[in-house]
Design a protein around this ligand. Sequence first.
Ligand code: APR
Length: 231
Amino acid sequence: MSKIVIFSGAGVSADSGISTFRDSDGLWEKHDVKDICTAGCLITNREETLAFYDARREDIQNKKPNLAHITIAKLKNKYPDKIAVITQNVDDMFERAGCSDVLHVHGFLRELCCEKCNLVKDIGYEKQSREELCPQCNEKLRPNIVFFGEQAPRYADLYKHLEDCEVFVSIGTSGAVINVDMFTQWAEYSILNNLEKSNLINEEYFDEVYYEKAVTAIPKIELSLKKFLLD
Ligand code: APR
């Protein structure tokens, strides 16, 4: 599997103008997770939940990838077998930066999936039709997003990549949902970048730490990674 794992969260897209979740003014300050992103909310609060994801799709439509997405895409495309790009983000900034093979462990905003047969449909940046049913089994469609309390099937792929990862890079995640400290234990070398210190991440586990915007940290991260990509 990949030698370098580049793992990201909302902070990598913050410089593109997309809100994070837990920073001040973040999405979870304006919305209650239990209303729109928790298992069961499609039954108890369906319209508000679908409207929340409609608004997220509309929001990313005119956003642009930033230097962090572009640099990571360039590295991944140059070393496709050596680098894994894994993100908790549901936006498509890496794809729009031209990055191939991005693993989205929490789902993908542009997609709907069937609540029963898991058929996946790309609707781009459109609002979800409230009438349309699954073309395969006629059941309800939902945003292809992993809610709290639901299974995250792509975590299995994340762990596979980490098994023989030599370098672990974490960019723009608070560690509130996925404990990135743990991943440093598997890697020989680890790099952390966040805007500010998170009380959920022990920076002592990392060999390089950058508390600054991803767009200013990424040239330094790229330089460090090149040392591991020479052979
Ligand atoms: N550059 C780098 N890092 C930044 C920037 C920036 N410009 N702006 C903010 N950050 C950092 C913050 O310091 C914080 O540590 O990004 C992190 C954002 O943390 P969260 O809002 O908690 O986002 P994330 O870790 O991706 O959330 C994980 O939670 O609600 C769920 O499913 C959702 O995938 C998401 C998961």
